[in-house]
Design a protein around this ligand. Structure first.
Ligand code: APR
Ligand code: PHB
Length: 389
């Protein structure tokens, strides 16, 4: 087999890259370990920055998002029984879109089908070769046979546990990591969202988030300890804990019901420097992880793909290699700023079990300052709607 750009990983990063390149006349083959049903069924975050929205529209997959997505002009932060509104549109002139990553992934698969894009599911033992040459290749197992895929470039879009990053020799990469001493327990329920907008609740017992997917589908999270066993969290206990973390006025309005999905996610910040090794490029979760506070994971994958697709289109269109050579630096500059924001928002809103009383007061003072200062709220808002590409 031969293609221009071999893409490892059929999550949002890999599919979006293949969609944009295909529209520019560049061939791709996507290799995905899991089945399509599995990939399309994963529940992830659901807030799209306006830059992500524009990118999806330009890639020809914005139609259902614009029809079914919920445009949000702000959100609330609650703290000590009070609710503070962050008016994104007044502060920045921009808006976000609440539209689940699950839906973005389905739209991407539908678009790849329409264009006849090749996505191989159920591939095994993916291995990357000759990354420093002009003719890299991949070997993998599929349908009981071993295959070889020759290409010009490899895009490693295979998430945090994929083989791409590990194919960069240890001496050529540097890793930066923070693991937070807590996780998020999330549920999906067929109930009306408690509020029209998202609510980020900072409570002394721990953080909570009220989000949504549509007017009859809610997504809620509560901070839990990192070693929590989901078996100890029947729905009743979840709702009771959530209610306690919301101001009374919101707690009274909370509609509860059976959960249709329940999962625990650890919280981590992680960056791999570099994001390019010869003819291998990393994008999305393969290169970096953010804690979910602020919903930047998918948005960061999208901005990587923006830089990478531009670089490859430049190379194939004008034999210009400057985009490729500058990819890691350009992408990482935005990655680090977004890492900072996700870390800051996580630090601001969660209960840190190891914090001293002094640190607790600092956190409270920062929340008070934030909700009283237009300058501070503007900083939050400009990062939340997304920094420019
Ligand atoms: N071979 C082939 N595919 C693989 C392999 C492998 N060895 N290892 C992992 N993959 C696939 C995974 O099955 C997954 O479908 O790579 C894909 C990576 O997708 P994601 O994990 O969704 O990562 P990404 O596309 O970078 O999207 C980033 O999605 O994961 C969320 O929180 C993340 O919101 C962020 C966004
Ligand atoms: C979600 O809806 O899943 C979500 C929303 C906002 C966040 C994180 C997750 O900050």
């Amino acid at each position: 087999m031969r293609t221009n750009v071999a893409i490892i990983g059929g999550g949002p990063a890999g599919l979006l890259l293949s969609q944009i390149l295909h529209r520019a006349g560049i061939d791709t083959i996507v290799l995905e370990r899991h089945s399509r049903e599995y990939v399309e069924g994963r529940i992830r975050a659901g807030v799209l920055e306006d830059g992500t929205q524009t990118l999806l529209r330009r890639a020809g997959i914005g139609e259902r998002m614009d029809r079914e997505g919920l445009v949000h002009e702000g959100f609330s932060i609650t703290h000590r029984e009070k609710s503070h509104h962050i008016d994104l549109t007044t502060l920045t002139g921009r808006k976000v879109m609440v539209y689940g990553q699950t839906e973005v992934t389905r739209d991407l698969y539908a678009a790849r089908d329409t264009m006849g894009g090749i996505v191989l599911h159920g591939v095994e033992q993916v291995a990357l070769h000759d990354l420093q040459s002009n003719k890299p290749h991949i070997t993998f197992g599929h349908d009981g046979a071993v295959h070889r895929l020759d290409c010009d470039f490899i895009a490693g879009c295979d998430g945090f546990h994929g083989p791409s990053r590990e194919s960069i020799p240890k001496k050529s990469r540097r890793e930066f990591e923070r693991v937070y001493p807590f996780g998020w327990l999330g549920i999906l329920s067929k109930t009306a969202p408690v509020d029209e907008e998202l609510v980020y609740a900072a409570h002394e017992d721990g953080f909570a988030l009220c989000s949504m997917r549509n007017p009859r589908l809610s997504r809620y999270y509560i901070q839990c300890s990192s070693d929590e066993d989901i078996a100890n969290w029947p729905d009743d206990r979840f709702w009771k804990t959530l209610r306690k973390r919301l101001p009374a006025e919101l707690a009274e309005r909370l509609e509860t019901g059976p959960s249709i999905e329940k999962s625990i996610a650890p919280l981590r910040s992680y960056v791999c420097e570099t994001m390019r090794y010869g003819r291998l490029f990393l994008a999305g979760d393969a290169a970096h992880i953010v804690p979910p506070t602020g919903a930047k994971g998918l948005n960061l994958a999208a901005s990587d793909i923006h830089y990478l697709s531009e670089a490859l289109i430049q190379w194939y269109g004008n034999a210009d290699s400057s985009g490729i050579e500058g990819y890691a630096e350009r992408a990482l500059s935005r990655v680090w700023k977004t890492e900072r924001f996700s870390w800051w928002m996580t630090s601001l809103l969660h209960n840190f079990p190891d914090h001293s009383p002094f640190e607790q007061r600092m956190q409270r003072a920062e929340l008070d300052y934030l909700t009283e200062s237009r300058a501070a709220m503007t900083t939050l808002a400009e990062n939340y709607v997304g920094l420019p590409y």
